[in-house]
Design a protein around this ligand. Sequence first.
Ligand SMILES: Cc1ncc(COP(=O)(O)O)c(C=O)c1O
Length: 399
Amino acid sequence: MPAPIESLLPDLHEDTQLVHAGTLRSQFGETSEALFLTQGHIYENAEQCEARFLGEESGFIYARFSNPTVAMFEKRMAAFEGAEAARATATGMAAVTAALTGLLRAGDHVVAARALFGSCRYVIEEHLPRFGVDSTLVNGTELAAWQAAIRPNTKVFFLESPANPTLEVIDIEAVAKLAKSIGAKLVVDNVFATPLWQKPLALGADCVVYSATKHIDGQGRCLGGVILASNEFIQTHIHTFLRQTGPAMSPFNAWVLLKALETLPLRIRRQTGTASILADWLADQGQVRKLIYPGRADHPQAEIVRRQMGGPSTLIALELEGGKAAAFRFLNALKIFRISNNLGDAKSLAVHPATTTHQRFTPEARADMGIGDGLVRLSVGLEHPGDLRADLTRALAAV
Ligand SMILES: Cc1ncc(COP(=O)(O)O)c(C=O)c1O
């Protein structure tokens, strides 16, 4: 049974939506969202079963298609994002792959920003071409580069903003307008911004994807992904692909993620506040050659950040003097920040992109994306800002 609050939700604040939206209560009237660990559902009779399969009667059928706990997560995410529909997936990469595969056919062409998470680049550069889909990678910050890459068969634009790990910011509204003008769809990977700080659909994007593994879980417990768009987009491009090919989210993970959404605004506001303090402090340290943080006036796209984001980021990118050796000395001296490639976690994490997430690229391709050997990505957690600053002070002294 949907909760009575559902009818009020569109007018409520995000913080309220994230505690209540999508709640389905069973006959037991439980306070908290129930975990439905069932692979399927039973029917009163064969006629009902047929009606469910025909879509004439709403209801659950099989967990590869939908599940009550997963449906609660999808509804809550849709309310948060301001989207008509959402579909959950097993991982963020399953969401990216499903969104692109659902949209593209052999003979189509995709234009993507070159500054992308390594696995997203793999899907676009290596996986899609195996099925006859060509791609062009562009400097996403230059609108003219998107324009110049358009071909008669361009069907999809794909971007990440801020990008992993360089925190490059792209003007989503401008790219969305260009996509619309040629009848292409814009898909935005909004992982780094989180739905709290950026709403790509409101800026004109057609589809938003997340790795729920990151800030949405926020406590490093489970993998997940989600695709958000209009009802029509989901029904036309995504629903059947997911149902027939099977990258479904586990109900257990949906239950963990529902719990996590209740605290997402508290976590992200606090983590962003700490990241802003640390970024300003790091920018003044002699060992730091370059500091990139979307909340600072010296960010290369500071004006776009102000226009399209409600807040900056929980992530900081810093380029250390002394390349890989200096970056490794810095990472090895950290005691509170731990070396890990996850991000958006309650625990502060640090990673060296050139030897991890972007290791499979040539040094030239990495340089093209702005990933130098001295670059370190920090994901700021929930620890006390003073303790984190002391940790960074120790690590900088080792550089
Ligand atoms: C920007 C971005 N997109 C997608 C993904 C993939 O997410 P997952 O690990 O949940 O598949 C990641 C993971 O780091 C990411 O940073």
